[in-house]
Ligand binder design. Structure first.
Ligand code: ZN
Ligand code: ZN
Length: 280
């Protein structure tokens, strides 16, 4: 609906700034579809072909969205350039402005809903979506004000200049989405503060063991993975070491419910220097 309103605003006025606004809405529709697909795929349980789960579908969608945003920005820049070289007077600007303002209001509300949902679900795809929509709402407000100015002053360059500004803003938000989602593809570790809490949980729940070392974490979408070596006295039975592992895993999951943990058990002589280990 927002897209239809903005397209109508452009058709009414012939303003490239309003066209840039409408192009953003096309991106929004694509983004919404990609996000919807990603959330569905990410929720699937692990299967034979994807034994770690499907969480990275969200990252893939976020990369796709980033590319889409950057492309739309480049298209708008080209339109603005054309309009600046051959400016046409605006037709019925006030009708277009009113229609665009209505579209902006709808978007603003939707944006709030998305940010809430993204925080609740800790979903990178939803967050990318919400952040992009926020940029859209802001630029839409600017464009509407700017086209009003152009309508009053009647200057041919205000409209394409605005479109170019919108495009640069879109380009920036697209870049941020891309940079963030690429980090997700690179198996980035969990944030420092979470890691500190996880280490504390190991030290506390691991009473009886000697130390933990070679701790590695990575995250994929809303899920996180962790593995480490747990050094226990060599004369422990397998059953005893396993029971301790289960206690540690439960403590870690209490800190981070989406965490999948793998523990490799070792006897004392595999212990590392205390500065390279979590001493228990
Ligand atoms: Zn080891
Ligand atoms: Zn087990």
């Amino acid at each position: 609906m927002v897209l239809a309103l903005k397209a109508a605003a452009f058709a009414l006025t012939g303003s490239v700034a309003l066209l840039s606004d409408a192009a953003e809405s096309v991106v929004n529709v694509g983004t919404a579809l990609a996000t919807w697909w990603a959330l569905r795929v990410a929720a699937r349980p692990p299967d034979d072909r994807h034994p770690w789960g499907h969480h990275k579908a969200e990252v893939v969608a976020a990369v796709g969205v980033g590319v889409l945003i950057v492309l739309s920005a480049l298209l708008i820049l080209r339109e603005a350039w054309e309009a600046a070289r051959a400016p046409l007077p605006l037709v019925a600007p006030w009708d277009g402005i009113a229609v665009n303002a209505a579209a902006g209001a709808v978007n603003g509300l939707w944006c709030l809903v998305l940010f809430r949902a993204a925080r609740a679900a800790r979903s990178p795809a939803l967050r990318a979506d919400a952040r992009h929509l926020l940029a859209d709402v802001a630029s839409s407000a600017g464009v509407t004000a700017g086209v009003a100015l152009a309508a009053v002053l009647g200057r041919g360059w205000i409209d394409p200049a605005l479109a170019a500004l919108v495009a640069l803003n879109i380009l920036w938000s697209g870049w941020r989405v891309l940079a963030e989602s690429l980090a997700g593809l690179m198996d980035e570790a969990v944030p420092e503060d979470l890691r500190a809490r996880l280490e504390a949980a190991i030290a506390e729940a691991g009473a009886g063991a000697v130390q933990a070392h070679d701790l590695r974490t990575r995250h994929a979408g809303a899920a996180a993975f962790m593995e480490f070596h747990l050094v226990v006295p060599g004369d422990w039975t397998v059953a005893r070491a396993h029971a301790l592992c289960d206690r540690i895993e439960a403590a870690l999951r209490a800190e981070a419910p989406e965490l999948r943990v793998t523990i490799h058990v070792e006897p004392e002589h595999k212990a590392k220097a205390p500065e390279d280990a979590i001493v228990i």
